[in-house]
Every structure is written in C-alpha cells, then in structure tokens.
Design a protein around this ligand. Structure first.
Ligand SMILES: Nc1nc2c(ncn2[C@@H]2O[C@H](COP(=O)(O)OP(=O)(O)O)[C@@H](O)[C@H]2O)c(=O)[nH]1
Ligand SMILES: [Mg+2]
Length: 213
C-alpha cells in the first residue's frame, strides 16, 4: 500500500507498468560472446565518452548513483547490463571516440560494440546519445550509418539540453535533425534538469514492448 501511494505521487516513475526505479545492475561483459542468455527485449545506449551517458541512465532509471559517472572518460571498456523491472535489458555500450585513447584501444571498443550489435540477440533499439551543443561527430555518423545498414532501429537523444535556451535551443534542435539526415528528431534531455526522461521512457516502451515484429 505504501509503495502504491508513493508511486501515485510520482507518476513519472511509472510508464505502462514499468517501474523504472526497480532497476538492477546485472553484470559487465568484456566480450559479446560472454553475453548472458536472455529473453528480455534489449535497448542499447551508445555515445561518445563524456556525452553524459551515465548521468542519463541514472536519470532514466530514477536512481542516482546506480551507474557510475567517471572523471576519467574512456575508462570503461565493458558492456554493462541493467535489468529494468525484470522486463527490459538496458545495455550500456562503452563510450567511444575518447580522443586521448591509443588507436589499439579505439579499435577494441569499436570491435566490442560491433560484435554486440552483430550478435543474434541484438538490441531492438539503440539510443544514440549526442551532446546537444556539438551535434554529431564523425564517429557518431559512422555508428548511425552502420545501424542503418544493419537495419537496427535507433533514436537520437540529445544530452545536456539545459546548456541552451529559447531560440538557440529550437534552432539547435533543427540543425541536429538536419545533420542526422532529417528523418529523426532528437529527444532533448537534461539529466541535470530531469528533462525528456518521460518521453524517452515512452519511446523505449513503444519500440521494445509494443512492436509487432
Ligand atoms: N549541464 C549538464 N551537464 C551534464 C549533464 N549530464 C552530464 N553532464 C556532465 O557531463 C560530464 C560527463 O557525464 P557522464 O554522465 O559521466 O558522461 P559519460 O562519460 O558519457 O558517462 C559530467 O561532468 C556531468 O556532470 C546534463 O544533463 N547537463
Ligand atoms: Mg560513463
């Protein structure tokens, strides 16, 4: 009863019977071959290191500190798996494109991401995180090309939207849509201001739980 009352007061925490706060870290894998057997639908989250991926996942789950934010970008070279309410598996892909990383490391990250996305039990949806201020970088566009070629659905998610306001914000959103080919509008999110999380939860649910195929 207490739990129900609590949720009624904070309806954003519940969408379509998914209790987002009921998220647990499952495990990290260094190799896509180590990926556990699972029947859960999967959403993968990709982005440049420092794009705000860990912060966004904490805000999405409504769980501060569950996903570690690091002052050392590029430190994690693992797929981190989170189970949301025993219904959705969120796969946190390693941040790519860290400028100071050696080439051999960059290659390893690309291989890990690619091997996961090529594995038979692939994500139904990939959230491609893009810093709202900067727009897509070459490595983002490469990933998007690759997802398009592979027929994997993706959704652009602009992070740190609190950095721009008013007209500049509207213009930036249009520019980003254009830079991504004009087909998909980014969801504007701010982990700091908790903006866009409900929209993001809705899209995840629509794409992974309510699809016909
Ligand atoms: N202004 C602002 N800063 C953010 C936001 N999200 C993350 N950051 C900052 O961006 C930096 C990188 O965040 P982090 O979540 O660790 O990024 P990751 O490397 O992609 O996991 C940190 O300094 C965060 O405080 C946001 O929504 N707004
Ligand atoms: Mg991180």
């Amino acid at each position: 009863m207490i739990e129900q009352k609590h949720e009624a007061m904070q309806p954003w925490r519940m969408t379509n019977n998914i209790h987002w706060q009921n998220t647990e870290f499952q495990l990290s894998v260094a190799d896509a071959q180590m990926f556990p057997e699972t029947d859960l639908p999967q959403v993968a989250v990709a982005g440049h290191s420092n794009v705000g991926k860990s912060s966004l996942l904490n805000a999405l789950f409504g769980r501060k500190g569950l996903v570690k934010t690091s002052k050392n970008p590029g430190c994690t070279r693992l797929l981190n798996l989170f189970e949301v309410d025993e219904k959705i598996l969120v796969v946190d892909l390693p941040g790519y494109g860290y400028a100071r990383a050696p080439k051999s490391e960059k290659y390893k990250w690309a291989k890990l991401i690619e091997s996961y996305l090529k594995s038979p039990k692939v994500a139904q949806l990939v959230l491609v995180l893009l810093d709202f201020r900067h727009g897509p970088k070459d490595s983002d566009l490469q990933l998007i090309d690759w997802l398009n070629e592979s027929g994997i659905r993706w959704q652009p998610v602009a992070t740190k939207s609190d950095k721009l306001k008013g007209n500049a914000k509207r213009k930036r959103k249009q520019d980003m849509t254009d830079a991504l080919g004009g087909m998909l509008e980014p969801i504007l999110t701010s982990s700091l201001k908790n903006e866009g999380m409900q929209e993001l939860r809705k899209i995840i649910i629509e794409e992974v739980l309510n699809t016909d195929d």
